[in-house]
Design a protein around this ligand. Structure first.
Ligand code: OKV
Ligand code: MN
Length: 259
């Protein structure tokens, strides 16, 4: 069994190079499909998803790639992040992806389960953010927003994005990171020894005494992908320029981040 984990791609029309990199990655996942394979997207797949009725041209290759995985019998699982919490049933139906809840477990062979999350729920030191998060995750708030015209939603998302940019420049770096004890609590609650999340844009494999925490990188100058195979979990990266320049970019061009 081979499982791929990606997070924080932030796909949008502003980064067609990232969209191309995603399409190339999917092509490679299909080409090397020699055993049961799954793809896990741990949130913030899009830079800002404003509703499933938003159907921009740039999203077509992305949807096609996801559909092609389903056709190739590679299940896709996706989780909401803080920028794409409006991904809904229509999008899931169109892509044939399955929605994962906040704390999902993946059962690797002969191992305790692995805890999956986006990661923002662990940033509890940022009290202001947690209340914002609670608000935008309310079904009533989401219904109100989804009833607005697309143009207004686009503007709202842009405004919130700018609010966040000016706020985060005031916030200390540690406030914006996860609170380790929150993670330990969730690991204990689910009897896991390993977790994978994104969100913080601080890619790393933290090896603690009793557990491991793999933090996926965000897609920007490099793309990041973690692979779980034969009970081994490893994060890889590739630089986006080399991906977009090469005609035949292959998974073998991925570079190990840490062991
Ligand atoms: C994070 C905070 C913004 C605090 C909005 C659709 C919708 C995406 C969005 C884009 C911006 C959140 C989600 C962010 C934290 C803020 C503002 C205040 C207190 C929509 C898709 F609904 F409006 F249509 N946004 N982001 N804030 O940059 O992550 O922490 S954000
Ligand atoms: Mn995030």
């Amino acid at each position: 069994m081979r499982r791929y984990f990606i997070s924080d791609l932030h796909l949008s029309d502003k980064r067609l190079d990232l969209i191309r990199a995603f399409v190339l990655l999917i092509e490679q996942i299909k080409k090397t499909h020699d055993q049961p394979t799954e793809l896990y997207i741990l949130g913030d797949f899009y830079e800002a998803w404003i509703g499933d009725d938003y159907k921009p041209e740039w999203n077509k290759p992305i949807i096609e790639s996801l559909v092609s995985l389903n056709t190739s019998h590679i299940p896709v699982f996706i989780m909401h992040g803080n920028r794409d919490f409006l991904l809904g049933k229509a999008w899931l139906q169109q892509t044939h992806a399955s929605l994962l809840t906040e704390h999902s477990l993946v059962y690797a062979e002969n191992q305790s389960p692995i805890l999956l999350s986006h990661g923002d729920e662990y940033c509890t030191a940022d009290v202001e953010y947690q209340s914002f998060r609670a608000q935008v995750r309310q079904p009533e708030w989401q219904e109100t927003v989804l009833s607005m015209p697309l143009a207004n939603r686009l503007a709202l998302a842009e405004q919130l994005r700018n609010d966040s940019k000016s706020m985060s420049s005031d916030k200390a770096n540690d406030i914006m990171d996860v609170t380790e004890t929150e993670i330990i609590n969730q690991l204990n609650r689910h009897q896991c020894k390993v977790c994978i999340h994104g969100h913080t844009h601080k890619p790393c494999l933290h090896k603690e005494l009793n557990y491991k925490r793999l933090v996926l990188g965000d897609w920007d100058q490099d793309i990041w992908v973690a692979i779980l195979e034969d009970n081994k979990l490893q994060q890889y990266k590739a630089d986006i320029k080399s991906m977009n320049n090469e005609d035949d970019w292959a998974l073998s061009n991925l570079c190990k981040m840490h062991s």
